[in-house]
Design a protein around this ligand. Structure first.
Ligand code: ATP
Length: 551
């Protein structure tokens, strides 16, 4: 992190110090402190060794009561200088640095200086799940004889807080993770039409202030039509950005991923960390990332705040993509899921109710239940278990395909050509013998999902993770009653649908699959976007891109 104060924090604090309304929570007043810091008890176990300690004003104003601060690797402990009733020193607040997104130092009136920090701790309302809420604290430094000395102390505290607030990269899988630099430059791609049309307002009200606090500068690109974001990232000089942030539903991120994969330098481009901030109606990837981070299920502004917090902390990791090839020669890279039948029908049929936000899916589900349809086709897959247990003999290993065709021999493909699908054979040929072919050919739905959530309220694959190398394949055979189907979808809101042991619903983790509709009936979807119905096959490409994530 760099030592410059985030302008948004600095601006606010200068106003506060000049007599404006401070946005800090003042501590209760206490008697003037004894200056001997050694008289205080050390921080509670769990905070770790003390790295900095001192006595400061508990607010920006000259008359603020004094408090003792103890900075450890994990938290900033704030104690009233007078101690607790009964004589023992008590901790009035312990601000977790894992919750902190920024800190700034700035001069204050009367030759003093201040430093502040902004945290977003998880706070629960009396009813409902906890979500992140803003908390700012400012401390006044006046113990040095001159303004420069006080500013130096404030800067030292602020710098140390920022350093300690950088998330630790998980040790066991360190190569898979990274942290955004500070200051950070983000290109924000925003679809003003996504969801119920509030993406731009929410971005300005919720996201931009948080990013300013975290020293993340933004350039906003507002899409004007479908495919606009695809073209933008395909042709953009990406070296000027540290991250690409998509404020929209899943559809715009699908454009961004495929625009990046079309670049001749796609290998490099896919290293650019992507971030999704929910602005659409489904927001499946945002809900999945919220779930992987261990947060409770939340929606709307709370989900947006959680996801923006994840961006502010800057930890990113790798994400699998699935390469999908169609019989007509199209190829897509998908991060969320491919579907045919009931779920895809709900998704596309309910587009006309977009103004309802996520409630459009409830209405769409009821409508599609009323006219429940059956789709005929052949489904085949390469199960994870079979692939691990009995790899095919070398002579059986299929030649990799791209766009349903066998490419040039290895080593002769054009530089920059996209990754070949090493597990697939051309769609015109039978699937390899070690694949499984589903005996039934009548389905209510087929859905291959690679993230946990199908939508904000639908936890379809609770075991899925960003880079598990796995496609979670669900299919539902014909013959299921409407009531059972409804029960399954209700259970899916808690992720317990498989516990119902419905004989019509099958789930299998796979590396690759093929779906061959008998007739071109029904809608297919990839990441929520409609596709013409035709034979499709896909395989997972592990860790092909990077995404901001909380864990
Ligand atoms: N300015 C625009 N006007 C109309 N359509 C746009 C515009 N910008 C992007 N699009 C298209 O809108 C489609 C849907 O966008 P997106 O998925 O982001 O929102 P959503 O459908 O509301 O969200 P979700 O996928 O979560 O349901 C995308 O295919 C995208 O190409």
């Amino acid at each position: 992190m760099n030592g410059a104060a985030p302008p948004a924090i600095a601006g606010r604090q200068q106003r506060a110090a000049a007599g404006g309304a401070p946005r800090c929570l003042p501590l209760r007043s206490a008697p003037a402190p004894p200056m001997a810091a050694g008289r205080r008890a050390p921080p509670e176990p769990g905070g770790g060794p003390v790295l900095l300690q001192g006595i400061f004003g508990a607010g920006p104003a000259p008359g603020a009561a004094a408090c003792s601060l103890w900075l450890t690797a994990r938290e900033l402990q704030v104690r009233r200088a007078g101690g607790c009733p009964g004589g023992s020193a008590g901790t009035d607040a312990a601000l977790r640095l894992a919750d902190c997104v920024g800190s700034a130092a700035f001069p204050a009136a009367a030759a003093a200086a201040c430093f502040s920090l902004v945290c977003y701790p998880l706070r629960g309302p009396r009813w409902g799940p906890p979500a992140r809420q803003r908390l700012e604290r400012t401390f006044r430094v006046s113990r040095a004889p001159d303004a420069e000395g006080n500013l130096r102390i404030a800067q030292a505290w602020s710098r140390r807080i920022r350093e300690l607030a950088v998330p630790a990269v998980p040790a066991q899988d360190g190569d898979s993770y990274g942290v955004l630099p500070r200051p950070c430059h983000a290109l924000v791609l925003l679809n003003p039409q996504s969801g119920s049309g509030r993406a731009l307002d929410d971005f300005q009200a919720v996201v931009q202030p948080m990013l300013a606090e975290a020293d993340i500068a933004t350039t906003v690109f507002i899409t004007e039509r479908p495919h606009h974001a695809h073209e933008k990232v395909r042709d953009e000089d990406l070296s000027q950005w540290d991250t690409l942030v998509v404020v929209s539903g899943d559809g715009l991120l699908f454009e961004v991923v495929n625009g990046l994969m079309e670049r001749p330098d796609w290998k490099e481009a896919m290293k650019k960390p992507l971030c999704i901030l929910p602005g659409g109606s489904g927001n499946a990837l945002a809900a999945s990332i919220n779930y992987y981070a261990g947060y409770d299920h939340v929606a709307k502004k709370k989900l947006l705040t959680n996801c923006t917090f994840i961006l502010c902390k800057g930890l990113y990791t790798q994400m699998d993509l699935v390469s999908l090839s169609t019989a007509s020669g199209k190829r897509f890279f998908s991060f969320l899921g491919f579907g045919w039948g009931f779920i895809s029908d709900v998704d596309i049929d309910s587009e006309k109710y977009r103004w309802l936000g996520s409630a459009r899916f409830t209405l769409g589900t009821l409508q599609c239940l009323a006219k429940l349809r059956v789709y005929q086709g052949r489904l085949s897959y390469l199960p994870v278990a079979a692939e691990q247990g009995s790899a095919p003999a070398p002579r059986d290993v299929p030649a990799p395909v791209t766009n349903g065709r066998v490419p040039e021999p290895a080593g002769t493909e054009a530089p920059g050509s996209p990754p070949p699908d090493s597990l697939l054979v051309p769609l015109g040929q039978p699937v390899p013998p070690h694949w499984t072919v589903v005996p039934e050919e009548e389905f209510v739905l087929v859905y291959a999902i690679y993230q946990s959530h199908l939508g904000t309220n639908l936890l379809m694959a609770p075991a899925a993770r960003l880079h598990d190398g796995c496609i979670h394949l669900f299919y539902m055979k014909a013959g299921i009653s409407r009531v059972t189907l409804l029960k399954l979808f209700l259970a899916m809101s808690r992720g317990t649908h498989l516990d119902l042991n419905c004989p019509h619903l099958s789930y299998v983790p796979v590396r690759a699959f093929r779906l061959e509709p008998r007739v071109a009936a029904g809608i297919m979807t990839v990441d929520g976007e409609a596709l013409a119905c035709e034979p499709v096959q896909g395989q997972v490409h592990a860790r092909l891109c990077r995404v901001l994530s909380g864990s």
